[in-house]
Design a protein around this ligand. Structure first.
Ligand code: TYM
Length: 339
């Protein structure tokens, strides 16, 4: 098959990450690494969700810097290869335009049921803004605007994906086929990496305890220290089993970084203690992240390249996004004076 036809028949994959803090090993294993794994086989669009970050109060200078760094991280993962698009959400105006339309096709009740809205309203009770409420419709716009078939995310985004599907189906039902109805892609291993300090909770960027998560830019000695300090249990047995959340989590991280199955890991550490195991987990994480860290450092030093890449990414993303916005505007009956 000629190369151009093959390109057109590839399904589209889309996902974004918020630049609210340095991504942790949960973001990496649950999402970013899978993106890199899909980059060759799909027509991919990946981005930095800086508009979503505004739903929580941000320091402007920090947000600007973190958005640029998050963008560099996506490039460092090699996501731009093969004509894939890597962009920053606020650089493509269509996201806000489509989000407004989708707001008008989303019921108050369904947005109110979003677990993340309830959680964030509780943890930021002094700033329960309308943006926080409309967060999932902006996310639906991110997905639907690119006509994405698959959305690789961690388990915590499942409900938002369900809402995006419902809104797409509702809109298509009223106006005829307009949006591809997206499917979540949630990997079996590592879609919910837990906190190192409270293994019953997910690892979260907003956790105030820095020992609870491993940032993907952490220095090797810090990674070892955090793994050593991870909460386990008093069993002293390395086995994946119910009630052993801390050990299960470390085994998941180890399995994801080494490609080993759980039985293989149990066998490897038979008769050994948690100290040996935790050190091995730390070393596996360091080895896994090494190529990323090196490429990230190289890219951060080349600001001119980053700026050019962001401009090219925005233009390429806008070309796809604008087509969908025009289509949706036309379908709902907005007046186009050119016609
Ligand atoms: P964000 O920035 O919170 O997280 C980025 C990705 O990491 C996944 N993730 C995890 N995976 C495994 N274990 C964990 N502990 C863990 N924590 C986070 C998330 O599921 C996500 O895939 N709303 C999104 C950003 C977004 C988006 C989108 C995603 C905006 N628009 C459109 C997909 C499609 C978010 O806040 O991700």
């Amino acid at each position: 098959m000629p190369e151009e036809i093959k390109e057109k028949t590839k399904k589209r994959v889309l996902s974004l990450i918020q630049p609210t803090a340095v991504p942790h090993i949960g973001n990496y294993i649950g999402a970013m690494r899978n993106w890199a794994g899909m980059a060759d086989d799909f027509d991919c669009v990946f981005g930095v969700a800086d508009l979503h970050a505004l739903t929580i109060r941000q320091d402007p200078a920090t947000l600007r810097r973190q958005s640029m760094e998050a963008y560099a991280m996506l490039l460092a993962l090699g996501l731009m290869r093969g004509g894939n698009v890597v962009f920053c959400q606020s650089h493509v105006a269509g996201h806000c335009q489509l989000a407004w339309i989708l707001n008008c096709y989303t019921q108050f009740g369904e947005a109110s049921r979003m677990t993340q809205f309830k959680e964030k309203s509780a943890s930021h009770a002094d700033n329960v803004n309308v943006g926080l409420f409309a967060y999932p419709t902006l996310q639906a716009a991110d997905i639907l605007i690119y006509q994405a078939h698959y959305v690789p995310v961690g388990a915590d985004q499942k409900q938002h994906l369900e809402l995006a599907r419902n809104v797409a189906e509702r809109f298509n039902g009223v106006y005829g086929p307009t949006f591809v109805v997206p499917e979540p892609y949630i990997s079996k291993l590592g879609s919910k990496i837990a906190s190192l300090q409270e293994p019953s909770k997910k690892m979260s960027k907003s956790d105030p305890n820095p020992r609870a998560s491993i940032a993907i830019t952490d220095a090797p000695d810090v990674i070892i220290k955090k793994c050593r300090g991870a909460v386990t249990d008093s069993d002293a047995v390395i086995r994946y089993a119910e009630g052993k959340d801390g050990v299960n989590n470390l085994m998941t991280i180890y399995a994801a970084c080494t490609g080993k199955a759980f039985e293989e890991i149990e066998h490897e550490f038979e008769g050994k203690g948690y100290g040996d195991f935790k050190l091995a987990v730390g070393e596996a994480v360091i080895a896994e992240l090494r190529p990323f860290r090196e490429e990230y450092a190289r890219l951060l030093a080349d600001k001119a390249y980053l700026k050019q890449a962001a401009q090219d990414g925005a233009e390429a993303a806008a070309r796809i996004a604008n087509r969908t916005v025009e289509k949706a505007y036309r379908k709902v009956g907005l007046w186009d004076f050119r016609r």
